[in-house]
Structure formats: structure tokens, C-alpha cells
Design a protein around this ligand. Structure first.
Ligand code: SR1
Ligand code: MG
Length: 402
């Protein structure tokens, strides 16, 4: 019989005291459960005297956002902790440190990032982060390149694919991103005011064909170890530093899925600006920063990825003229398509983004939703024609009507 049960605050404190040498002997620890995500418990444990603190993240055996009717494997806690370790080894400055992990109780003890802000919240407040594209572009390039067949011996890579088989969490993505928005589903969630848009999504067979191709890539391409849920709620940020958290959706999949996730979430915030910045000049200038940063994420990724390829590729044919360009072209097209799919699901599917849902004025909120759908659809419909990042710039500007 498994000893698994959800931790109480008191048990989390007892556990925290067992971390060798972390808290001073006899420290009086405070604990708060701060999890505001869809799936897990997150305990913040602090000794106010020394100021030292840690996070204990525990998986629940079901999706918290829905309830016990949606069971989820606890193995995702192992996957998350192993992904964190891989990502921390490859990008020590960009990923929190893991202190310990308990398989039976499905929890990970890790570095507390309280001095950071969740990027989604900061973006809603209208903040800008000049170093974000550099940081996240580096994170994506290093984690994707070094876990791919370009940089790993094929047997070792296949063993790693096996360790990251993540069927429950992949099914969430397969349903919520690549199926539900395009069919009637109890999971879908949108206001009656955009029923026309939702119906158009359900009946547009040309769009369905493009989504089917993206879905096939998500289901079948084991290109690299993805973070798998790289939205702005999975990123802690300050002006100077960026930390990527929450890789419980990690699995081997198509590289463009992670890059597309980052870009989608910047563009969702861009669409939301209709509701946040009333002054048009101010709004346009902020939207320009968001769009430029989306493009810069790709540009930084590409530059870093090419550098790593030139220096570290072990694939015997990696240096064949033309191969690198064709590979990157494919990732760019996938990035655009996945970004579009990720935007659409956040408007009509289960689990939205606060950037748009918390817009106070209903009419502004509807305009933001329609804009996000329009950008999302344009990215999907054009993804197979794209040859350079400037075309994504054009697609977004055209869809946004400027
Ligand atoms: C039922 S889980 C809903 C969403 O939350 C996660 O952050 C993923 O984005 C997932 O699709
Ligand atoms: Mg998460």
C-alpha cells in the first residue's frame, strides 16, 4: 500500500526540517499553501528569523482545476523533477535548484524564488523585460539542442525518450489544444458573445487540416525534451533574471511547441492590451515591445541553436551543407503553427489566461478575445508558407489590422 497522501502544512514543515543544513537548528518555520495553478499543491516554507525559505511542490492524483473526476498519474512529479535536473544542468542560471525528491509522496523540494514575479502578472501590470528574449532564447536553444539527436548518441537519446513518456499530461494537451476548440466539448469555455467565433472554429475544415498536421507532429515527433507548458505563468522574472519552472508536461516532442508557447503568451498579452491601456499611443508602443520581443525570442533561439550546432553536433551528417538551414526552417514553421494553436485554446477551451479574462470592461475583453483568435488563426493558416521570422511579424500586424 502506498503511503501517498496530500501533505498538510504541518507535515510540510516537518519535511523542511529534514533538509540537511538548510534551516538553522530549532528554527520556527511558517508554511503557506500558495499553489494557484491547475494541478498541484505548492508549499512555501520560511524561517522569518534567518530569512531562508524553500518550496515543496506536491502532485495531486487528479487535476485540481477540475476535481477527482479527472485522475492524473503521480509519475508526473518524477518527470518534472528529472526535467528540472536536466534543464538546470544545461542552464544553471535559468532554472531553480532542486534540493530533494520523494517518489512515493510525489513531491520535490526546490529553491524558493519569492523575490521574482510570475511573468504573466508582471505583463498584466504593463512591465517590460529587456533581457527576457535573450534569457528564454538561450534556455530554449540549449535545452532543445542538447537533448536532441543532434547532440546525443542515438541509444542514449532513445533511453531518455523512454524516461519522459508522459501520457496523462500529453493527453491534456492533445485534447485541450489539438481537439476541443474544434469540436463541441464539455471542456470548452467561452462567453456567448463569441459563439460566432467558436462555431467558425468548429466548422472551418481548412483550419482543421492545419491543426491535424500540428497535432500529428505533437503526437509523433520525438525531436527534443520539451518543457511542454512554457507559458508566462511558468516563468519567474526580474529585470535582470529569468527562471523557468513547472516542466511537468515535459516529454519528447517537436521543438517548435516550446518556442510557440512563449510567443503565443506574449501575443495573448498583446491582444489583451486593448483592455489594459486606454491611451492609443501608449498601447501601440507597448504592443510593439511585445511583438518585437516575440520576434526576438525566435532570433535569439536561432542564433544560439546555430552556434551550438556548429560547435557540438555529434550527428554524423549534421554538417552537410543545407541541413541546418532546412532543420531551422521546419522549426520556424512549427513555431508559428503551435503559437497559433496555443492562442486559440486559451480563448475558447479549458483554462484561459488572466491577461484576457481579468480585463475589467466586457466589450474590451471581447475585442481582445477576437483579436487573439484572429492572430491565432492567421498563424496556423500561414505556418507552412513561412520562410523567415519577418513573415510572422507581417502575419500578426495584418491580423491586428495595422
Ligand atoms: C487541466 S490542466 C489545464 C492547463 O494547465 C496547464 O498549465 C496546461 O497549460 C494545461 O493545458
Ligand atoms: Mg504548470
Amino acid at each position: 500500500m502506498s503511503a501517498y497522501h496530500p501533505l498538510s502544512n504541518e507535515e510540510a514543515i516537518v519535511l523542511a526540517k529534514t533538509i540537511p543544513g538548510f534551516f538553522p537548528e530549532g528554527a520556527g518555520l511558517d508554511c503557506r499553501e500558495i499553489g494557484d495553478g491547475n494541478l498541484n499543491l505548492v508549499f512555501h516554507i520560511k524561517d522569518s528569523e534567518s530569512g531562508k525559505s524553500i518550496i515543496i511542490k506536491q502532485a495531486l492524483p487528479y487535476a485540481k482545476v477540475v476535481g477527482e473526476s479527472w485522475p492524473l498519474s503521480l509519475d508526473r512529479a518524477r518527470i518534472e523533477h528529472e526535467a528540472l535536473q536536466v534543464q538546470h544542468r544545461l542552464c544553471p542560471d535559468l532554472v531553480p535548484e532542486v534540493y530533494s525528491y520523494d517518489d512515493e509522496m510525489a513531491f520535490t523540494v526546490m529553491e524558493d524564488l519569492s523575490e521574482y514575479t510570475i511573468m504573466r502578472h508582471a505583463l498584466i501590470e504593463g512591465k517590460v523585460f529587456p533581457r527576457f528574449a535573450e534569457h528564454i532564447g538561450t534556455f530554449i536553444a540549449r535545452t532543445l539542442f542538447f537533448t536532441s539527436d543532434l547532440a546525443m548518441e542515438p541509444r542514449a537519446k532513445k533511453e531518455q525518450v523512454g524516461r519522459f513518456i508522459n501520457p496523462d499530461l500529453c493527453k491534456i494537451t492533445e485534447d485541450l489544444i489539438f481537439a476541443d476548440p474544434y469540436r463541441l466539448s464539455d471542456n470548452n469555455n467561452y462567453p456567448a458573445s463569441i459563439e460566432d467565433e467558436a462555431e467558425a472554429l468548429r466548422t472551418d475544415t481548412a483550419l482543421h487540416l492545419e491543426v491535424a498536421l500540428l497535432r500529428e507532429k505533437f503526437l509523433t515527433r520525438t525531436e527534443a525534451l520539451l518543457h511542454g507548458d512554457l507559458h508566462t505563468g511558468s516563468i519567474f522574472i526580474t529585470e535582470e533574471s529569468t527562471k523557468v519552472i513547472d516542466p511537468e508536461f515535459a516529454y519528447y516532442g517537436p521543438m517548435g511547441f516550446d518556442i510557440g508557447a512563449v510567443i503565443a503568451n506574449l501575443l495573448l498579452n498583446l491582444a489583451a492590451q486593448i483592455g489594459w491601456k486606454q491611451d492609443e499611443t501608449d498601447r501601440r508602443s507597448h504592443q510593439s515591445w511585445l511583438l518585437q520581443t516575440s520576434l526576438d525570442v525566435w532570433t535569439r533561439f536561432e542564433a544560439e541553436f546555430r552556434k551550438l550546432w556548429d560547435k557540438h553536433a555529434v550527428d554524423p551528417l549534421a554538417h552537410t551543407p543545407g541541413y541546418q538551414d532546412m532543420y531551422i526552417h521546419k522549426v520556424l514553421q512549427d513555431t508559428a503553427g503551435f503559437a497559433g494553436a496555443k492562442m486559440i485554446r486559451r480563448i475558447v477551451g479549458l483554462s484561459h489566461v488572466a491577461d484576457i479574462d481579468t480585463i475589467p470592461d466586457e466589450a474590451d475583453r471581447e475585442r481582445a478575445q477576437r483579436l487573439a483568435l484572429s492572430i491565432g488563426k492567421a498563424l496556423i493558416m500561414n505556418c507552412r508558407k513561412i520562410h523567415s521570422i519577418t513573415e510572422i511579424d507581417d502575419i500578426v500586424r495584418t491580423a491586428a489590422g495595422n
